[in-house]
Every structure is written in C-alpha cells, then in structure tokens.
Write a protein that binds this ligand. Sequence first.
Ligand code: ZN
Length: 219
Amino acid sequence: MTEVKHHISDDFLIGYAAGSLPAAFDLVVATHVSLSDDARARLHAFDAVGGCILDEMDEAPLAQDSLSKTLSLINENAASEAASPQNQTRPEDGIFPAPLRDMIGCDLADVKWRPIGMGCKQAIISEGKDATARLLFIPAGQAMPRHTHRGTEMTLVLQGAYRDETDRFGRGDIEIGDETMNHTPVAEAGEDCICLIATDARLKFEGLLPRIAQTFLRI
Ligand code: ZN
C-alpha cells in the first residue's frame, strides 16, 4: 500500500463531497483518495455528515441523541470504507489509479506526451474555463523552472518523487501551491517523476524563457 505523507485538506475533501470543485480538481482528489486510506476515511465521514444533516432537516426539533447517533454512524462508515477493497488501488493496477485510468482511458504506456523542454513532457487531460488537468513527466534529477502561482495548483505524485522548498513528495502525496508560494520542484534521482496536476490559473515563472514558452505550452 502506498504510504502517503502529505494528505489533502478537509476543505478540498468537503468541496469534492459537495460537488463544488472544478472537474480538474475533482479528478486529482478522486485519484488521491484511491491511494490514501486516510483521505478515504475522512471523505466517507463528510459524506455521512452531509447525509445526516439532510435527514435531520426533516425532523424538528432534533432528537436529543441525534449528535451521538451521527458521530457513531460516521465512525462505523469511516472504518468500513477504509477497509473496503474495491476502493483501494492495488499494485497490479499499474501507476494510474482507477479514477485517472477511467478518465483518460489508458495507462502510462499509451499516454500521448508532448515535449515541453529539458526532457519534460506533458499531456493535457481536460481543459475547462475554470481549471485544467494535466500529466507532467519530469526526468529523474531534472529541476522545473522556479515559479509561483496566480491561483491554486494541486499536484499529486503518481511515480517517483520530487523535492521543493517545502518538503519531499512521493507517490500518493498532494502538494497545494498558491500565490504565496514560490518553488522549484526537482525530481529525485533514480526514477522519473510523473504527476497529475490541476490548476485554475497560469503559473508565474521567474525566468524569461519559461515565460515565453508557457504561452505555447498552456501552463
Ligand atoms: Zn508550482
């Protein structure tokens, strides 16, 4: 089982449960959830809370024990959901967990990559008005250009690992970048790094060449 160290925040999980995230972010959250027992248990708890709130809205006044009933239901659901085999990604599934594979209809070998320089490649999965989802391939040991963000950048590692000014991110880990964060992700030596990324705005590169190139690359 993947050992996830950097988990999605409750805010994004609640947004996912409520169906209020752009499709590109939904895809990254669903893929992360399939790799993380922790995220899966929390998501199920939020689903249960949402269901209970709707149920209770019909009953006025609230029963005295409704809170304790709700909490015990959440705990039961979270435990059974985390243990449920159909919600877990198995090693034989390849590097693309089911939500991603279902979306793009293929696994790694059939991805239509486009080179973006320095040996890096990308494949845009979905491009909407509000957000874009893409796969990014960074060769082992290669650094990405230093950049900050005009909005939210949600990165999920699928293969290998990278490091930046914040920490190390390996398979299953999520990193959130925003306007306050400036970073230079560097793929670890030894294995090429493949990430699934959702963004709702263009990145902001420091160097001139990446700034020129980004117009063509839609990054
Ligand atoms: Zn970034």
